[in-house]
Design a protein around this ligand. Structure first.
Ligand code: ATP
Ligand code: MG
Length: 400
């Protein structure tokens, strides 16, 4: 009988356990430096950017863990911390879709206040959010960013002064999915003004550490004050073949499973360098295996199970969202190609259209986040599993 075990793969949540975190050595090194600078009153705000599912929240979470004194990841990567360990106080806020700036500012304060009070029950203080309500609206019914900044810094200062009574390295305000703030919110100006004001008030060991989807963050930064002037950008590239394999092998090792030599390469080939498909595949290969060894048959069965069961609805939705006719033909051609990165020339030949006759369709598929541009005239599926889905079920054919 196959013994029950704890699944070492978790496609639905960021990596918490530092021993299961792979790759990103350079980024961790840069982050450690930002912590070191900030502890020494040279604040370095940063934003982790990348595609959906590339591992932004995971790196953000590892930053939090490291900033609170858990060194195992930095030790494993042999990164010099500059200190024995960090001891920042940190809060975490998940932005909700379309959140306004005022609302975000308040959430950041509320989350920070409650974290401080949880850690230091003895601190008796409270912040007053009433000032936000009193800010007058302009002719367009909006509150000025400057007023929001003033209210925000006033309350942040109250919290800061209280935390200063305890010997902490500083405060880190984590903000996951900053790109969800409404584009018209003035978010770039907000952070620029807040950080400048903190600087003037000599509050130099408080930083903002955010994450966001690459393109969406650029959109937010298109207003006058660009977001990348306040935040240092830490972009996350695709995982290398080696790193992708390590995620898989590490998981198998953790529960004592062996595997055919070909399994890591096969898995990499359908992951496109994203960690999430590796977690899904790993998890499903373990579930279809009947012994403690993963063979190619298990790989094939897991792949089928993912597209016919585990991910079927999601993949079907993406395909429907693509639109019909030419859109489907393009995706069909892309699924047929032998590699994950598909040259435009190949698509053109397959669908028997000149490139300029379907370039707007390609543009729409990119806007809809179904395919992405890898290089000049080279495209790939955003969700690499869509390719497997199309191979299994074909495209949507609608007679016009
Ligand atoms: N460095 C890593 N090592 C191992 N697994 C990882 C790593 N980074 C991310 N993962 C895994 O990949 C999946 C996606 O990661 P995560 O949620 O961090 O990505 P994200 O970029 O925040 O995604 P989204 O854009 O949906 O918010 C998760 O299952 C996570 O556990
Ligand atoms: Mg995330």
């Amino acid at each position: 009988m196959k013994k029950r075990f704890i699944d070492p793969f978790f496609p639905n949540r960021p990596v918490k356990d530092p021993s299961l975190f792979e790759g990103r050595t350079e980024q961790i090194d840069e982050i450690v430096d930002a912590l070191y600078q900030t502890k020494n009153n040279n604040p370095k705000h940063f934003i982790i950017t990348g595609d959906r599912g590339i591992g932004k929240s995971s790196l953000l979470l590892q930053t939090k863990i490291l900033s609170e004194g858990e060194n195992s990841l930095a030790d494993r990567y042999e990164i010099d911390l500059g200190v024995e360990k960090y001891d920042f106080l940190s809060s975490w806020t998940d932005v909700t879709e379309g959140q306004t700036l005022e609302n975000l500012a308040k959430s950041l304060l509320v989350d920070l206040e409650s974290t401080v009070k949880k850690i230091f029950a003895s601190l008796k203080f409270s912040i007053d959010l009433g000032g936000f309500v009193q800010i007058e609206k302009n002719a367009n019914g909006e509150k000025s960013v400057t007023d929001i900044v003033n209210e925000f810094v006033k309350s942040l200062k109250t919290i800061y002064e209280n935390v200063s009574k305890k010997s902490k390295d500083g405060i880190i305000i984590f903000i996951d999915e900053l790109d969800r703030v409404s584009v018209s919110s003035g978010v770039s100006s907000f952070f620029k003004l807040v950080t400048e004001k903190l600087n003037r008030e000599n509050i130099n060991n408080v930083i903002f550490v955010a994450s966001g989807i690459t393109g969406a963050i650029q959109k937010l930064g298109s207003e006058h004050a660009s977001i990348d002037r306040t935040f240092r950008d830490i972009p996350l590239p695709l995982f290398t073949e080696q790193e992708t394999k390590e995620i898989l092998v590490n998981g198998f090792d953790k529960i004592g499973f062996t595997f055919d030599e070909s399994i890591p390469s096969l898995s990499y080939s359908i992951s496109s360098g994203f960690p999430e498909p590796i977690h899904i595949l790993g998890s499903e290969m373990l579930s279809v295996s009947t012994d403690n060894h993963i063979c190619e048959e298990d790989f094939k069965n897991a792949k089928v199970k993912i597209v016919t069961d585990v991910r079927k609805n999601k993949l079907q939705d993406i395909l429907t969202k693509a639109g019909y006719g030419k859109y489907q033909s393009i995706l069909e051609a892309m699924a047929k190609y032998s590699d994950v990165n598909v040259p435009l020339e190949y698509i053109s030949k397959e669908i028997k259209s000149k490139q300029n006759e379907f370039s707007s369709n390609i543009g729409t598929l990119i806007d809809k986040n179904i395919i992405r541009r890898v290089d000049r005239s080279v495209y790939a599926f955003v969700d690499p599993l869509l390719k497997e889905y199309i191979k299994q079920f074909g495209i949507i054919k609608i007679d016009k």
